[in-house]
Unconditional design. Structure first.
Length: 149
């Protein structure tokens, strides 16, 4: 990679010390297999615990009413960040936020479960079809001195 087109600041941040810093978070197992688990900027830190948005999203996608989902961190006075799900429902389906949260509690630890759920008709996406979590986070962090991470 030579750099980002017409984005010198992003290029300087990504290309440092001869390395490409992708922002991906990964784990390595005993057989030295590498697994990408999330993007660093998408990881939520709530009460000192790391929550990988992709793990929560995988559980949300297992709910029969969920067509699309994104999980973001939003400001929380007590925990620093709270887990929030943003969901698009399948056509003809209705479900309460409490049911979505309860579904998560059946499959993952409580601290990983969304504290709230927003329902949208569509999620914001890039030209390549990637969900733009930065746009989902923006209204919640507006006016904050800093984001937690």
């Amino acid at each position: 990679m030579l750099g980002y087109w017409k984005r010198p600041e992003d290029t300087a941040a990504a290309l440092r010390g001869g390395w490409l810093h992708t922002g991906d978070l990964a784990t390595v197992d005993e057989q030295h297999n590498v697994y990408i688990v999330d993007r660093a900027r998408d990881m939520i830190i709530t009460g000192g615990e790391n929550v990988y948005s992709t793990e929560v999203e995988a559980v949300l996608y297992r709910h029969p009413a969920v067509l699309e989902a994104a999980v973001i961190g939003v400001p929380d006075e007590r925990w620093g960040e709270a887990v929030k799900a943003v969901v698009v429902l399948r056509e003809g389906h209705t479900v309460a936020a409490e049911a979505i949260i309860a579904h998560c509690h059946e499959h993952i630890g409580g601290y990983k479960c969304p504290k709230s759920v927003d329902f949208l008709d569509a999620l914001p996406k890039s030209g390549a079809g990637k969900i733009l979590k930065s746009e989902l986070r923006r209204p919640y962090w507006a006016g904050q001195e800093r984001m937690v991470h």
